[in-house]
Design a protein around this ligand. Structure first.
Ligand code: HEC
Length: 154
């Protein structure tokens, strides 16, 4: 690749990350990005749930890798993903309830609960099936406690 092509690629990638100015509908970029992080959370939670239920065999490496990913995703800086006006009453394509912007402190506290639960799972996941089972309730609880309050039901 020539230097010019590399720079063009970087510029294009940056446009995607710049936010709504580049998108068709308001906050489309931010909404897709925040939904993407939740998809990744669910994707990585999958093997842990499967192992805990006995649907798939416990595997320490897979459990640890899944927990490591969840901890990393749960530590992402959230500020730019939640612009005011990107709620489900103002725009389409999102299930983020307006209440999120009425009590941001509580939402951020729930993100912190998630991060703490993820760190505890990261400690436990590689130690055995009991470790996974022991932490899954808290971790899953952190997901549902926020969904119950701040995500539109389908
Ligand atoms: C602090 C609040 C909060 C926490 C914690 C949270 N979520 Fe969510 N989640 C949301 C909100 C709000 C949405 C809706 C986002 C949107 O549509 O813009 C959502 C959407 C989702 C979606 C749908 C994404 C899509 O494709 O549109 C999935 C899947 C999901 N969350 C999984 C999880 C899992 C798994 C966890 C825990 C490991 C979790 N979430 C923790 C608030 C939270």
């Amino acid at each position: 690749m020539t230097v010019k092509r590399v720079l063009t690629c970087i510029a294009m990638a940056a446009t995607l990350g710049m936010g709504s100015a580049a998108a068709d509908q308001p906050f489309e970029t931010e909404i897709e990005a925040r939904q993407g992080q939740f998809k990744l959370l669910a994707f990585n939670l999958g093997p842990l749930v499967g192992m805990a239920r006995g649907d798939i065999e416990y595997d320490a490496d897979t459990a640890q890798a899944s927990a490591d990913n969840i901890a990393a995703i749960a530590s992402l800086q959230q500020d730019r993903l939640w612009p005011a006006g990107s709620d489900s009453e103002s725009v389409s394509g999102t299930r983020a309830l307006p209440e999120i912007w009425e009590d941001t402190d509580d939402v951020m506290a729930k993100f912190e609960d998630l991060r703490q639960a993820a760190l505890a799972m990261q400690e436990a996941a590689g130690t055995g099936l009991d470790g996974v089972r022991g932490q899954l309730r808290t971790l899953g609880g952190a997901c549902s406690s926020c969904h119950d309050a701040y995500r539109e039901s389908q």
